[in-house]
Design a protein around this ligand. Structure first.
Ligand code: GLU
Length: 441
């Protein structure tokens, strides 16, 4: 059965880059009728925070990315220790004692000599006595996985055929000197034991994948299908990494971005299919294919979310937004006509309040001197209430008849007199609303 997971580290709020990963894994699972796991990668006790675990869950719920179960790596440390013992018994695990400064120096030397900065495996030559002496001097060493020096190959769902020479990669550190298990092995143990069939993650993980494939094989597991999506850049192709802090999902929510707008963009951005606003999750699932994504960096412009949000809001009935309409201060009996007018004129629900205040308080009429007489004449022709959707048409016909004005010369001065603006809501929808508000007093 198809099983995927989204595996954030709870060290911060999730942002648009994380969302891409989460969404792709979610859609794959749902399309196949499989399982979607939310895995909390919290093996780093110092950086992992409970408040971020809660925030991640809230953000996912806001988007409607419901998980089937939650797994926490901190609950599974004994499983990782067991796997580490297995690798040790197999002779694929070795202790190394270099300090970060020593490693840095080694890397610099290699680079100076035009060689790739790959760990030189010096620790493999240490005798037991030397290791013991180093332990006394420096404390426990780190544990590295001994890669088999051969080519590591897989067919990537996005990048196509990949072949990496294991000799060009350092033996990964899987356990730190203080005993902390690192993501590379924890993830492999989880993916294997939880039957994960498909892993989609950012292309910054490609080298990890190569080493993880060898670890999975050493532990006797089955490799999932891997797909690595490109990283997001800003609209100009600039690195987004520094700005991701401002692109947290909660900030976007705060700015009024609608979940469907965000999901619709993210499910297509960087793929060969056009971005289209989808009306619900079922449509997103239906139209998703991870193989249609490209390897090139993907430009993301937060501004693209607003037209999609506006379009989404336009499609909603009052029942979907009644809370927001109430919050904007609109009385219940006016909610229906108000929403009919407002939905065509807002970008986010945050704009409702301004429209309501404008309707309630009325705008300063905008009347040019040469229109004064015309407006007075028109006002005299305004029928008695109650108004409905036809009132504007009937009234302007009567005004046309009486004044001989037509087109823009007829409509624009009326609009400006009534709304104080040159552009804005459909007058036929606005007029009955304004009349109802005035009638309430
Ligand atoms: N916790 C890892 C990360 O946030 C998970 C990567 C993966 O999907 O394997 O990058």
């Amino acid at each position: 059965m198809t099983t995927t997971r989204f595996a954030p580290s709870p060290t911060g709020f999730i942002h648009v880059g994380n969302l891409r990963t989460a969404l792709m894994n979610y859609l794959i699972a749902r399309k196949a009728g499989g399982t979607f796991i939310l895995r909390i990668d919290d093996t780093d006790p110092e950086r992992s925070k409970e408040e971020y675990v809660d925030a991640i869950k809230q953000d996912m719920e806001w988007l409607g990315l419901h998980w089937d179960r939650v797994e926490r790596q901190s609950d599974r440390l004994d499983r990782y220790a067991e796997a580490a013992d297995k690798l040790r018994d197999m002779g694929r695990f070795y202790e190394a004692f270099e300090t970060p400064t020593e490693l840095d120096l080694k890397r610099k030397k290699q680079l100076n000599m035009g060689k790739p900065p790959v760990y030189d495996r010096a620790a493999l030559n240490l005798s037991e006595a030397e290791k013991e002496a180093l332990r006394v001097e420096r404390g426990n060493g780190v544990w590295r996985f001994k890669l088999d020096h051969e080519r590591i190959e897989w067919t990537d769902g996005i990048l196509g055929d990949i072949s990496i020479d294991a000799a060009s990669v350092s033996d990964p550190v899987l356990i730190r000197g203080d005993g902390q298990v690192l993501y590379t092995i924890a993830s492999v143990v989880d993916d294997t034991e939880m039957g994960v069939t498909d892993v989609v993650r950012g292309s910054d993980h490609v080298t990890n994948t190569a080493t993880q494939i060898q670890i999975i094989e050493a532990l006797g597991g089955t490799c999932p299908r891997f797909a690595h999506h490109s990283l997001l850049t800003g609209p100009q192709g600039e690195a987004l990494s520094k700005r991701l802090g401002t692109l947290a999902l909660r900030d976007l929510r705060e700015q009024g971005v609608q979940p469907m707008a965000l999901l619709s963009l993210m499910a297509r951005l960087g793929s060969s299919d056009p971005v289209e606003l989808r009306s619900d999750m079922a449509e997103l699932i239906e139209g998703f294919d991870v193989n249609r994504f490209g390897a090139a960096p993907t430009k993301f412009d937060v501004q693209d979310l607003f037209p999609l949000t506006a379009k989404h809001l336009q499609s909603l009935p009052l029942s979907d937004v009644s809370d927001a309409v109430t919050e904007a201060g609109v009385p219940a009996d006016l909610a229906e006509p108000f929403w009919a007018m407002a939905r065509e004129n807002i970008t986010t629900l945050g704009d409702l309040k301004g429209w309501w205040e404008l309707c309630r308080d009325g705008a300063e009429p905008l009347i040019a001197d040469e229109d004064r007489e015309f407006i007075a004449e028109a006002m005299a022709l305004l029928p008695e209430g109650p108004f409905d959707g036809n009132t504007w048409g009937m009234w302007t016909s009567a005004v046309k008849e009486a004044t001989g004005r037509k087109g823009k010369g007829l409509f624009m001065p009326l609009r400006k007199a009534l709304t104080g603006m040159e552009r804005g809501p459909e007058m036929a929808t606005l007029l009955p609303l304004l009349q109802m508000i005035r009638a309430r007093g």
